[in-house]
Structures are given as C-alpha cells and as structure tokens.
Design a protein around this ligand. Structure first.
Ligand SMILES: [Zn+2]
Ligand SMILES: [Zn+2]
Length: 392
C-alpha cells in the first residue's frame, strides 16, 4: 500500500477551516468599500435633510444606477463573461464605460473570476465567492482580503485579452473610474447648481447601491428563491432580486444555461437586460443572440418536477392507481428524452448529408418532430402538476 493511501480525505469542515485561514487584508478595497458605505448611510441622508437634493441630482442618480446595472448585466456578464451574443463596437464602448463606472474591477478581471465561479461553483477552494463560506463572504468578504480563491487566472480569458474594447478598458480602468465617479458628477453638479449634492447622491450613494445590488447575486441569489432547473448547485431564481438587478436574479436558470442571453425566459420575467439586448438587436447593434434549446429547458424543468413529486410522495400516502399513473408519466418522460436523443443523432447524420445534397423537406420534418417532443414535455408538465396537486 502506498503512503498516499494512508492519508484520509479532508472533511468539508476541515477544508472550510483551511480556506478561512486569515488572508492578508486588502486595505485599498476595504477603504473604498467602507468609506463609500459610511458616506452613503451618514452624510447622504444628512445632506438631504439639511439642504435637500434637486431634481437634476435625482435624475442623474437614476440614470447612472441603471447604466451601471446594465453595464454589468448586459456587458460584463452576458456579453463578455458568457459571450451570449455579438455586439457592435459602439455598444461595446457604451457597456465598457457604464460597467467600468460601477467600480467592480475591469471586464477582464471580473470575467476571469466569474468564469471560475461557474466552473467551480460552490467549491470553497476555487469559487472566488462560494456561498458555502457564508453570506458575508459571498457578498463582500471575498474582496476584503487577498484570498487564494480570489487570485485572477488570466488563462480563462484569452478571448477577452484579444478584445480591443476589453483590453483598452483594462489598461485605463482607474482613469475611467475616477473620471466617471468623481469628475463627471462634479461637473454635472456645477452645471446644475449643486456640486456637493450631485457628488453625494449621483456619485457616492448611486455607487454603493449599485455595488450591493450586484453583490446580492453572489450572496442572496445563491440562498433565496426557487430551483426550477437544477439543484446541483446553490443558485436560485428570485423575482425581487431580478427586479433590482435588471434580470440577473434568475440565477438558477442562468447557472444551468449560461450561454443563453436571457436569464428570465418567460415574457413576463423581469429581465431588463434581455429586453435591452433585444432592443439593440432591432437597431443592428446586437447579433447572434444565443438561446438554450427549448427541449433542454423543458427537460430540466420536468426532471426537477419529478424529483419534487417523488419527495412529496415519500411523505404522503397515495393510492395504488395514483402511483401507477405517476410511474407511467415518468416512463413516458424517459421515452420522450430517448426519442429526442435519437433525433439529435439523426440531425447530425442529416447535417452531413445536407452538405452533399440538400434535403430541405427532411429538415422540415425534423423541425416538426422536435416541436412534437417539446409539446409532449409541455403537456406532461401540466399533467404532472395536476397529479401532484392530488397529493396533500
Ligand atoms: Zn454568469
Ligand atoms: Zn452564481
């Protein structure tokens, strides 16, 4: 027996203890996040109470808040981290400036950490903001110290280093931060008659709110909400978080289908980033929006529903007929998935043939067979809901 076999595997508790060992404090980040927070909760209300804020100040506060959120959501996250669509250079510049203004590091650094977050989600040693290290750590703690898990791995962003807009923003990041957060608010304040008011509300308070709303995605969106598509990680879907993050709160869907430009897939889902990207597409600023195949989405949802129904079953007594009906439904689900896999293989086969001679009618028949399978899953979703409703 080799030496290695004698080493017992570390328990999750031991691993957590190890990663928690005090890393050196990052004084720069701590000072900026701490000071801006204190100004926002003490001086901003005091100034409002004593002097009040004029309409211009409130207007720019709102504009900058939305710009920052969308710069991060549509830009940093959906465009650069996940490449869910292609953007015209004009749009890229706008997103790079408005995302950079929100002081969350450069596109390249942000995306490098975010890609690792997806790859090693919930892994305390690798995920830079693993929720398993607690709410505080996932929300903000991970930035206040130089943890090993927060080290930037540039090898995961070679595409972004080649991207001229991302590379420019990385090089000029701090200049961009100072100009947009200090120079612009002061200038606007001077033009509209309240320099300090504009700086405090549209500068500092806006920055702090924008920070914490985004940070909620790493903390709350991994703790609070539903898991309709997967329970293999901690990510959740939550409407309120989606509202304040312009759609990013549909985080369970996003972790399952990260290449989709949408996070909220239903038309009524509060996903402003999705609507913004689609509007830009109308003007030719966006192309190649990627969507997850409908069948895969339905399959994921249904398999979670079967899982939930099974758990419910364990706690309730059901009739033999009910159980039989449930088993039949599940068998049909497995069969539909099998048929879909078969169809996928046929499509690959046909794709090869298509190159040689165009079989357009065949392709049309494939499309209608795909649709049939999707409809079959949708119907099953409804039947399963009715079936589980009978179990109290
Ligand atoms: Zn993501
Ligand atoms: Zn996440």
């Amino acid at each position: 027996m080799s030496e290695a076999n004698h080493v017992s595997p570390k328990s999750p508790r031991e691993t957590l203890q190890e990663v928690k060992e005090k890393a050196p404090i990052n004084w720069g980040v701590t000072a900026v996040l701490g000071l801006t927070f204190l100004v926002a909760i003490i001086i901003v209300p005091w100034y409002g109470f004593v002097h009040g804020y004029n309409a211009w100040t409130w207007t720019f506060f709102g504009i900058f808040l939305i710009m920052n959120g969308m710069g991060i959501g549509s830009g940093y996250h959906r465009l650069w981290s996940h490449r869910t669509y292609d953007a015209h250079p004009v749009l890229k510049w706008i997103l790079a400036v408005s995302g950079g203004m929100s002081l969350q590091n450069s596109i390249i650094v942000w995306c490098a950490r975010h890609r690792i977050h997806h790859k090693d989600v919930d892994n305390n040693e690798k995920d830079p903001y693993s929720i398993n290290r607690g709410f505080w750590f996932a929300h903000i703690g991970w930035m206040l110290r130089d943890y090993k898990s927060g080290e930037i791995d540039y090898s995961v962003v070679p595409d972004l280093q080649q991207d001229p807009v991302a590379a420019w923003q990385h090089k000029w990041y701090w200049t961009l931060v100072v100009v947009t957060n200090v120079v612009v608010p002061l200038l606007l304040g001077w033009l509209t008659g309240d320099v300090l008011g504009m700086f405090l509300l549209a500068g500092v308070a806006r920055l702090v709110i924008s920070h914490h709303f985004t940070f909620f995605i790493n903390s709350l969106a991994h703790m609070w909400g539903k898991q309709p598509y997967t329970d293999e990680n901690t990510a959740r879907d939550q409407h309120f978080l989606a509202l304040i993050t312009y759609g990013e709160g549909y985080h369970n869907y996003h972790h399952m289908f990260q290449n989709d430009y949408r996070c909220g897939i239903r038309w009524w889902h509060l996903d402003m980033n999705k609507w913004f990207i689609s509007t830009c597409a109308l003007f030719g600023l966006v192309k190649n929006r990627k969507r997850a195949p409908q069948f895969k989405v339905l399959r994921a949802r249904l398999s979670m529903e079967f899982k939930a129904a099974r758990q419910k079953l364990e706690q309730a007594s059901v009739s033999a007929t009910w159980k039989e009906q449930f088993d039949t439904e599940y068998a049909q689900f497995v069969e539909t998935v099998k048929q879909w896999q078969q169809l996928q293989m046929e499509r690959v086969q046909q794709g090869r043939q298509m190159l040689a001679d165009r079989f357009e009618s065949e392709t049309a028949s494939l499309t209608s067979r795909y649709r049939e399978l999707e409809i079959s899953l949708k119907m099953q979703h409804k039947r399963l809901a009715l079936l589980t409703a009978q179990v109290i």
